[in-house]
Ligand binder design. Structure first.
Ligand code: ATP
Ligand code: MG
Length: 180
């Protein structure tokens, strides 16, 4: 049943956090080209955006950017942010993903033209199990774990994610990773 399946997903998510699947000690840290990693995830997810009639606008530097990181963790961050942008957007909207490099490191911004997040919720959406409106968001599924996991992985890379939003206009999530 749908409920059983969701309980399974929840249990798996919890177990994964409990096991510390993202503890740096157990991860393989390697040289990763962040740009081709991002391109890979966006290419994989493109059909989901087409299904919802959303435009996915990807802006990547022409050259690769090599960083010292755990590739699976970074892929997970990109997928979590894109999946949220997809889930909380209206048909016909635009999701833009932009990566920029400067002397400090890398930034990746994922912005959408979706529902937006009220100001009083902006500092809570990274908490485990927090969802802005459980009844509003219930039909879109989820347990409020994605952003908590993404923030944890970002921190493991000495980075962080910040959110900004205007209700009814859209939201923007910015991942910052130091140069390495
Ligand atoms: P899941 O565990 O499947 O990711 P979730 O999407 O509800 O479930 P998070 O990804 O942690 O959990 O997001 C927490 C809450 O923040 C969401 O429930 C939603 O209310 C809000 N949110 C996150 N991203 C967006 C976005 N792009 N636009 C609007 N609201 C968002
Ligand atoms: Mg989510």
């Amino acid at each position: 049943s749908v409920i059983a399946e969701r309980m399974n997903q929840l249990a798996e998510g919890l177990l994964s956090i409990a096991r510390g699947d993202h503890a740096p000690a157990r991860q393989t840290v390697e040289r990763v080209d962040f740009i081709s990693l991002v391109r890979g995830v966006t290419t994989e997810m493109q059909p989901l955006f087409e299904d919802k009639d959303l435009h996915l606008d990807v802006n990547l530097p022409s050259k690769g950017v090599s960083i010292h990181a755990e590739a699976d963790g970074l892929r997970r961050i990109v997928a979590i942010l894109l999946y949220n942008a997809l889930k909380y957007s209206h048909t016909g909207g635009t999701v833009a993903l932009t990566v920029e490099e400067d002397s400090q490191g890398l930034t990746m911004e994922v912005s959408d033209t979706g529902t937006g997040i009220p100001p009083e919720s902006l500092n809570r959406i990274f908490d485990r199990f927090y969802r802005v409106d459980a009844s509003r968001d219930r039909k879109s599924g989820g347990y409020g774990l994605g952003l908590a996991i993404a923030q944890q992985i970002a921190r493991e890379h000495q980075g962080h994610i910040v959110a900004s939003s205007v209700v009814g206009r859209g939201s923007s999530f910015r991942l910052t990773l130091p140069a390495s």
